[in-house]
Design a protein around this ligand. Sequence first.
Ligand code: PLP
Length: 377
Amino acid sequence: MKTVDLQSEFPQDPDLCYLNHAAVAPWPRRTAEAVSRFAQTNATRGATDYERWLETEQSLRQRLARLINAPSTRTIALQKNTSEGLSAIAWGLDWRPGDKIVITDQEFPSNRIVWESLQVLGVEVVEAGLDTPDPEQTIINALDRETRLLSVSSVQYGTGLTLDLVRLGQACRARGILFCVDAIQSLGALPFDVTQCQADFVVADGHKWMLGPEGVALFYVAEPHLDRLRLHQYGWHMVRERGNYDVKTWNIANDARRFECGSPNMLGIHGLEASLALLEEVGTSRIRTELMTRVTALEERLRQHPQVELITATERSLRSGIITFRHRSLPTPALFKHLRDQQVVCAPRGGGIRFSPHFYTPLDVLDRAVELIPVEA
Ligand SMILES: Cc1ncc(COP(=O)(O)O)c(C=O)c1O
């Protein structure tokens, strides 16, 4: 394994306490350089090197496939964002009135609105409440004979609740229910194995834990479903005859490229490819260990603070990079403003303040951030 110089890779402004990877992550140095190089090449050579760009695009697909342990890149498409991928699934499946979709009551709006948009077809969306001692069992209990699909976030954006996807995947498989995972809050931070959790669909934009730019997302569709999703976007790029502009006949590509209608986001692709190269060099297992060290350290410091009340369910064995808390006497908007003014970059989410470090966050950043939470009301 190559040693990665983390200090050099993350040249962050030392005045900031950046604890907002669950929103938008800072780019690693190599990502910023890859994007600059790409911009420079465009300025001086235009698309002369397009063949090389396609190699970078292919490399990104391979890295994404490895990241989720997908059997091949055939199942990986690049989309603009998570919402686009979820919409392609929602509006690609064949629904009957009376069909049910189960989600949870803590989902980010994208993983609720797309399913609710199907209500015009007579499809019902059922929310399983996660505030229970065994959230996975509560979700499983919500699956019934009418349920066609379960869609959950691997990690809830507000509280950081991490779900046991293997258990949910098994429950779906046993009942013949499709399983869709919005993995944006875990990919790049925690290991993910699509084969083990038996997900039919996985979607995740790259700008959070994967440390990439906004606007390039992983879209995984399990092989058996590739030609099951009805397409709503067509163009030169998603056909088998791609590049042969003279033929008038066309056939839909038989791999996941069928979901990519036109020119790709090459700029974003160059950025995300560089970010994933870094994550691969560090390794998923080390990333998880380092992240857990930081989250545990943060939890300890927050617990010692007399005004802090934790919202995140810290007793669960599955943990994420998110820790959310409230102040006993300061309302969340006031605390958020105070922290922002003190250069602590975080977010008001899940009923409190959400801190989200990544594996490389220096421990003194955690100390400083917690020290800046007012002790007095
Ligand atoms: C769980 C979850 N899903 C989706 C999104 C947004 O997705 P996108 O902007 O990639 O559509 C977010 C952003 O915060 C999120 O937390």
